[in-house]
Ligand binder design. Structure first.
Ligand code: TYD
Length: 241
């Protein structure tokens, strides 16, 4: 399999076609951005940590019956993925109020959300990613009712799996964002599951272990990413390696 041409470049990843139409190459760059691209930096090693965590979670989800685009590791910050047709939705699941939901609605930061709240944004830079509802999703032709039901059910199933896994490692999954694509008529998880796309709090101290460290200058971003990647990829506390 050979990398051919650049298909798409986003804020932190680039996707390339290969000589196999079923396979794309995804590169996790060291770029980091926040606030709709207003804050930007390049942090050496970031791509590698996000690749390790994303790849691990994709394999973990596959082991639990959830289809993802992950195929194989290629290099430390490069993976091979299935060539999905992406659906331009940002599907966010929230277990605890933080970030935009606190700014926009009368929730207190840290307030548990039980049952979890799903928010779906339209992935469109030109429109600044507005929040959608089911009717808008159908009217815009973004997904059918059957697909949307499956997207929501899968997002909640992923939330259960990730929450439980992280909880055993002393981490609260506050919220996360996932994206889906279509492959041979099926809905498949694409994009990434990393410290850029999840909000993670240390269960004991409440410390941020994710991109909020960068957004709000809460500490050394790369030290945090390295430590949380290690924590996610290690056996739960107390268990021998
Ligand atoms: P949210 O609180 O809506 O946005 P912000 O953190 O910018 O105030 O984010 C909820 C979660 O989803 C958070 O873990 C970050 C993630 N997310 C993305 O990865 N990309 C996005 O475009 C958005 C809106 C959220």
């Amino acid at each position: 399999m050979k990398q051919v041409d650049l298909l798409y470049t986003g804020k932190a990843k680039s996707v390339y076609r290969t000589d196999d139409p079923e396979v794309y190459i995804m590169k996790f760059r060291d770029d980091i951005t926040a606030f709709d691209g207003e804050k930007k930096d390049t942090l050496g090693g970031k791509g590698r940590y996000n690749t390790e965590v994303s790849s691990f979670f994709f394999r973990y989800l596959e082991d639990h019956g959830i289809r993802t685009h992950y195929l194989a590791s290629v290099e430390p910050a490069v993976i091979a993925v299935r060539s999905l047709t992406m659906i331009p939705l940002e599907v966010i699941v929230r277990n605890v109020a933080a970030g935009s939901i606190v700014r926009r609605y009368p929730f207190r930061e840290g307030e548990p959300l039980d049952p979890p709240v799903i928010i779906i944004d339209y992935k469109s830079d030109a429109h600044h990613d507005p929040m959608l509802n089911d009717d808008l999703i159908y009217a815009l032709g973004l997904a059918t009712p059957e697909e949307l039901d499956q997207i929501k059910a899968t997002a909640l199933a992923i939330n259960e799996l990730l929450s439980e896994y992280l909880d055993l490692r002393g981490i609260t999954l506050v919220d996360f964002k996932i994206e889906f694509g279509r492959y041979e008529g099926e809905i498949v998880v694409g994009d990434e599951i990393s410290m850029d796309s999840m909000r993670l709090w240390d269960k004991e101290t409440g410390t941020s272990l994710d991109k909020d460290v960068y957004r709000f200058g809460k500490g050394d971003v790369m030290e945090t990413y390295a430590a949380v990647a290690k924590r996610i990829l290690s056996p739960p506390w107390g268990e021998p390696a």
